[in-house]
Write a protein that binds this ligand. Sequence first.
Ligand code: ZN
Length: 237
Amino acid sequence: MRYAVISDIHGNLEALKSVLKSIKKNGVDEILCLGDIVGYGPNPNECVERIKKMGVKTVVGNHDYVMVDDSWLEHFNPAAKLAALWTKALLKSENLQYLACLPFTVRLPDILLVHGSPIKPGRFHYIFNAIEALSQFNGFQEKICFVGHSHYPAIFTSDGDVFKDGVELKDSVRYIINVGSVGQPRDKNPSACYGLLDTDSLTFSLVRIDYYIKKTAKKIMKAGLPVFLAERLFEGR
Ligand code: ZN
């Protein structure tokens, strides 16, 4: 099986379109999504509708969750809070309903999907480094746990190694893989990011793809969302 794994789209339709085009070119069997379809970006309805229409298996992200549970707003910084309220006011009821039904975990053979971390996925903890990753391996049984949330792509192994771009999967090793962010990369590379897993050749690789950032940024400004949310896209921060 060849899987494309996407995460943290954040209402960025231009980035999502570019990534879907690239995925199509790569000829995968299934697309998986790690949540945060909405929040920050100007096209939450369009992004939800694309994911919904393709029947993509998706877990809930904190920015999706806050659409249906206001109490999570207290965990958000001012720009994120403002964007969340703007998004909620714009979301069609059927799209809100879709987000409300997303699970915290999705399990496939040998693969676990969560938004933040496998231990207490409903708390949306971050995994930023090898030490934080190592503490999470007893939280799941599968060979690979895919995560998003931090918007920093990285491949953490149960041996304590960290790989940046790709890895050949070993029998004796387990993996926590952050596939980066489609719609708001923060690793100083503004290109949209996603992951490709091939369970036959036992390889995983990260893919970076350019998109029309200017168009998304203009829409963010026009919507009256915080300017920082537009600026950060050009710098990938
Ligand atoms: Zn996110």
